[in-house]
Design a protein around this ligand. Sequence first.
Ligand SMILES: [Zn+2]
Length: 155
Amino acid sequence: MSDPCRSVAVLARIAHARGLRVKLLTATGLTQGYRDIDFHFCIEGELVHIDLPCAEDRIDPDGPCGCGRSFGGLNSHYATTTAMIRDIEDFSPADYLEALRSSLDQQGYDSSQAVHEAAALHCLARSWPAGTVVERRLNQVVSRGIFREPQAIHP
Ligand SMILES: [Zn+2]
């Protein structure tokens, strides 16, 4: 048995075949302030991804940079410490991969590993119900709680 999360292309075929909606990580202002070091500069509801922390924050999620505790907005290119799992209608894992790849390209980052990150984020998001707000602590993403399920986002 191959790991269904190994390939976004496989996931995309499954999603299209079954007409599934996709759950993804999106920026939210909900629960901001739960930690003193929270910040939210993203657009509400935009797709986010998880970047590797820089040298300053590599071992400390509460480090001075903030990148060890934040998610990066694919559109705004800003960051937020809070993300919500949302159902995205008419959007496939392949669409997410394209969004991630073009965002990384626009920012001048290497997008060659985007397929792996997209698959990992897709697997992460589907572990929680839509409406769950999560925070990041370096390589861990943990729930802050489940809030009412928001309306699906139409990209
Ligand atoms: Zn940093």
